[in-house]
Design a protein around this ligand. Structure first.
Ligand SMILES: C[S@@+](CC[C@H](N)C(=O)[O-])C[C@H]1O[C@@H](n2cnc3c(N)ncnc32)[C@H](O)[C@@H]1O
Length: 214
């Protein structure tokens, strides 16, 4: 059952959507890492990581994959169901990465801020995935330049972008501006949560941006 929000004093979805800076994310996810899977993912019937993994697999995605904003590793678990690997994790929160590490789905775990330059070589990855990180108060479209740089030519992307911020936060314009640097762009709209979710968010959707680095 969803928690009664009035009695909830820890991190929750509304606090996450209200984040403003990377430092805010570090603080919130430090406190959320231990309970995120039970307190949020399970109680909200959080379906997005598996939906992104399914879309990546259906589009022919293959490793090595970088999962950005990897959190506790739910998307890597979804990729493992398709036999896709190896998968590396990148996240700004050391505590979320530690929770993910314990599950054993990632080859490497990197603590880094997606809004800054990444210490990863050009053309490193054959796939880039993300769920729940391009959303209210989190990471904006500026991160796409670095992700394009570290992807190999021909790399498959599957990135969820909260539908409510897709135009408003500049993702549509950014993908347009990348022009010939990418090909086969399509957007798949998927529910973020299932029927058991808090009614306030039950209808929320994300666009899974599927494209290939040219
Ligand atoms: C809603 S969680 C999603 C985690 C996981 N992908 C999932 O679907 O369960 C968002 C994640 O983005 C990470 N994050 C937020 N801002 C970030 C930034 N600037 N750089 C890297 N990761 C960031 C958070 O630490 C958190 O783990």
């Amino acid at each position: 059952m969803p928690e009664n929000k009035d009695s909830h004093e820890g991190p929750d979805l509304d606090a996450a959507y209200a984040l403003k800076t990377p430092e805010d994310s570090v603080r919130l996810y430090r406190d959320w890492a231990a309970s995120y899977d039970s307190d949020f993912a399970s109680s909200m019937d959080y379906r997005l990581p598996q939906a992104v993994a399914d879309a990546f697999a259906a589009a022919g995605g293959a490793g090595p994959v970088l999962d950005v904003g990897a959190g506790t590793g739910l998307l890597a678990e979804g990729l493992a169901r398709h036999g896709i690997g190896p998968v590396d994790a990148l996240d700004i929160s050391a505590e979320m990465l530690e929770t993910a590490r314990g599950k054993g789905f990632y080859r490497e775990l990197m603590q880094a801020d997606l809004t800054q330059g990444l210490s990863i070589a050009d053309d490193s990855y054959g796939g880039i995935t993300s769920s729940g990180t391009f959303t209210h108060g989190h990471v904006g479209p500026e991160a796409l330049d670095e992700l394009m740089r570290i992807a190999r030519p021909g790399a498959r992307f599957a990135l969820s972008i909260n539908a409510a911020v897709y135009r408003e936060a500049g993702f549509a314009a950014k993908l347009d501006s990348l022009g010939g640097a990418l090909r086969d762009l399509r957007l798949e709209e998927v529910p973020i949560y299932g029927a058991a979710a808090d009614p306030a968010h039950r209808g929320d959707t994300a666009l899974v941006a599927l494209f290939v680095k040219a």
